[in-house]
Design a protein around this ligand. Structure first.
Ligand code: GLA
Length: 733
């Protein structure tokens, strides 16, 4: 009887969880306001993609859609069938989304439709399509979350089974999407340390192009986890059809882009299978990473704004909340500091007007393992008593007395061989038992597949917060990829390591974010090595690059802005490239989440006054820069200039950033036409961020003009001077 009640309650809970359950039907439509993805359950109960493109009207008869390619009656493949989640060993001879080796060694799987459920979620709708093999007890649920207004679809798959023994997963893509066009152009973003997000475009022709990483501990270093595909023409800002996608996974990922013999493009985003054939135990679930995509029919600029809107509202930690400005001590002191020096830095933070002082690397480790450089101390998260006799509480107190908040750097998943932790727990380290160890930045990665290690890493944050509840910011670094791939914890299942490690990292991040929801946190990874949308669920922002040369930053920020809102991108004023003025450096950093990493002694009185007023201006302009819409106007890839404007959501405030990099002698200068303003409203133009004693030479400065004028006629905002920057505000009158 009791059992029956429990079962009934469970069933009711399931019904409550899914608001409505639809009967089996032929077409499944997943829509945003601008895109339709229409799937079809064929008579053989397999699921195929029928349509992916511009949204069809509500009255459109979806029944009229048919796939041009079908498997012919006698079962031979005439053209690719466009199965939605094709498996290894079936008659689609292209790269499968899912590869399974069943417990009996059979490598084929056929997924048949079982049902579909839909439910409302915040901002959109979730569709779950249930599939199952009819010969093996294997189930796959395809999840699609559509955000109609933001034109974003997020999709992932859940694989489970009840075979008697574990099965092996060999291909682990999150989804499969098919596109049809006369030509396909891929824009990808290669990278390296201090060279993040270098945009390049190539045509995709017959065969496969793979874009991937195998760093283990982070989403990116040599290659960013996002791509753009222009259909029929290379990707453009303002026109053309473009698919933009990114994967939410702090680990090894791969995009396989395959153009088949019929010139159909198949997009496969997912986990990188290299060294990752995953052993899945019976009665457990394998959840693939989320793949997030948008299709714009008016160029990538619109899709970027859609990503920004969606990310702030639904994905990034505290995406709609305010951001704090800070002064970091890394480039100012490196490892060489003590309490007196830090007290001085805090005073400088106060003088500048930032909200917080951020203490970087070098505050922990003792004795032989003191963190005096990057070769010792990681893993020993006890304050260095010699440098900081009053501990973190002492620093928090000093910050408080000075009138700034206090934040701290950690790199908790890492270990130096010179550490107490290495002596205590050598079995916690990813390291080959029988080969020479290769060190990257003198460090190794902790084995985050191991729950004990996860707890240890979580407690790094917890113990700082317990001792110092007033700590108001964390910078969480990750300076090494996984080398010497071997986990003592995984034992004979080494193929699970990369995946379980990434999951372990994300679980700890989630635990931290859940328990400290109000503490802003910055992702960092040897510069911009971690900026995926899974980690960003738990972090408010990320460090774009250790390269803070403002000219380089113009390109780097341009690149990241394709997918990430300015609000999530940290940019600091430093002393890289002193040939650029402090104004130029500050103006470039002001396009994102502004901070400083510079000793004030390096600044003249005028420069300091400039920084203070630029920071005050930036704070006023955050409704446009951080929370508004961004329009990339002039590309640094195509010209010797760059310009971008931001508009607040109510269109009452806009700001234009215009830069002259290295213009040619007497170059023809074009007017800069703004975008996103209210054409009927009138705006007062004011150039701000002027050095003390200088005045604006901008034509129409101080004038009131219409939004229409600014967007159709434009402003003479560019010049032929090298390294000149302009910040111009537009306030609706
Ligand atoms: C990485 C970060 C830097 C700094 C150092 C400290 O390189 O990107 O900002 O925190 O680590 O070691």
């Amino acid at each position: 009887m009791k059992k029956a009640i429990v079962l009934t309650l469970l069933m009711l809970a399931c019904i409550a969880c899914f608001a409505s359950s639809e009967p089996l039907r032929k077409e499944i439509r997943i829509s945003t306001d601008r895109v339709d993805l229409i799937l079809e359950v064929a008579p053989d109960q397999r699921l195929y993609q029928l349509y992916l493109g511009e949204r069809l009207s509500d009255t459109f008869n979806v029944g009229l859609l048919s796939r041009p390619e079908y498997i012919s009656g006698n079962g031979t493949l005439e053209k690719r069938a466009r199965e939605v989640y094709s498996c290894s060993g079936n008659e689609d001879y292209f790269e499968p989304a899912l590869g399974i080796v069943h417990a009996d060694g059979n490598r084929t799987s056929y997924l048949l439709f079982q049902g579909v459920e839909r439910r409302a979620i915040e901002g959109g709708e979730e569709t779950v399509i249930h599939l199952a093999d009819n010969q093996y007890p294997v189930k796959v649920d395809l999840h699609y979350v559509s955000y109609p207004k933001e034109n974003i679809i997020k999709t992932w798959s859940v694989i489970s089974h009840q075979e008697k023994k574990p099965i092996l997963l060999t291909n682990l893509y999150s989804t499969m999407l098919y596109m049809e066009a006369s030509k396909y152009y891929l824009t990808e973003f290669s990278s390296d340390w201090a060279e993040e997000v270098r945009e390049q475009t190539q045509e995709l022709t017959f065969g496969k192009k793979m874009v991937d990483t195998k760093l283990g501990s982070r989403a990116n270093l040599f290659c960013q986890p996002f791509f753009e595909i222009g259909l029929n023409q290379p990707v453009q800002e303002q026109q053309g059809t473009v698919l933009m996608g990114t994967i939410a996974w702090t680990g090894n990922w791969r995009y396989t882009l395959e153009v088949d013999n019929n010139h159909l493009l198949c997009v496969l985003p997912g986990i990188n299978p290299t060294a990752s054939d995953y052993t899945l135990k019976p009665h457990t679930k394998f959840v693939t990473p989320e793949f997030i995509f948008s299709i714009s029919f008016t160029g990538r600029s619109q899709a970027s704004r859609d990503f920004h809107d969606w990310a702030r509202q639904y994905q990034v930690k505290d995406g709609m909340g305010p951001r704090i400005s800070l002064l970091n001590n890394w480039e100012n002191t490196y490892f060489d500091f003590d309490e007196a020096k830090l007290a001085e830095c805090m005073k400088e933070a106060r003088k500048l007007g930032v909200d917080l002082f951020l203490l970087d690397d070098g505050w922990f480790g003792n004795g032989d393992n003191a963190r005096q450089g990057d070769n010792a101390g990681l893993g020993d998260w006890e304050v260095n008593h010699q440098k900081l006799p009053n501990g973190i509480p002492g620093l928090v107190q000093t910050a408080k007395a000075t009138g700034v908040k206090f934040g701290i750097w950690i790199e908790p998943e890492m270990i130096n061989p010179r550490s107490e932790l290495m002596i205590k727990h050598p079995e916690w380290v990813i390291k080959q038992p029988n080969r020479e160890t290769y060190y990257y930045r003198n460090q190794l990665v902790l084995d985050m597949a191991n729950p004990e290690v996860q707890d240890y890493v979580y407690h790094v944050v917890e113990s700082i917060m317990t001792e110092n509840p007033e700590v108001a910011f964390f910078k969480w670094d990750c300076n090494a990829p996984i080398t010497n791939i071997y986990s003592p914890y995984e034992k004979t299942q080494q193929g699970n390591l990369y995946i379980d490690h990434a999951r372990g990292v994300m679980q700890v991040m989630k635990r931290v974010a859940t328990n400290y929801p109000d503490v802003p946190m910055m992702l960092c990874s040897g510069g911009g090595g971690r900026c995926d949308y899974e980690a960003l669920k738990y972090f408010t922002e990320f460090w774009c690059s250790d390269n803070t040369d403002p000219v380089e930053r113009i390109f780097i920020q341009w690149g990241f802005s394709q997918f990430f809102p300015a609000k999530a991108m940290c940019a600091h004023v430093t002393s890289w490239n002193k040939s650029a003025s402090v104004k130029f450096r500050t103006d470039v950093a002001s396009m994102c989440k502004l901070g400083f990493d510079i000793g004030l002694k390096e600044l003249s009185d005028d420069e300091l006054a400039y920084c203070k007023s630029a920071l005050a201006n930036w704070k006023q302009l955050t409704p446009a820069i951080l929370d508004g819409d961004q329009y990339r106007l002039v590309s640094p890839y195509e010209t010797n200039h760059m310009a971008v404007n931001y508009v607040s959501k109510d269109q009452s405030l806009a700001v234009l950033f215009a830069y002259d990099l290295h213009p040619r002698f007497s170059e023809t200068l074009h007017k800069v036409c703004l975008q996103g303003l209210n054409p009927k409203a009138v705006y007062k133009i004011e150039e701000v961020n002027l050095m003390p004693g200088s005045s604006s030479d901008l034509k129409f400065n101080g004038c009131v003009v219409s939004g229409e004028y600014l967007m159709k006629v434009g402003l003479d905002a560019l010049t032929c001077q090298s390294m000149k920057s302009r910040v111009v505000t537009f306030v609706q009158q």
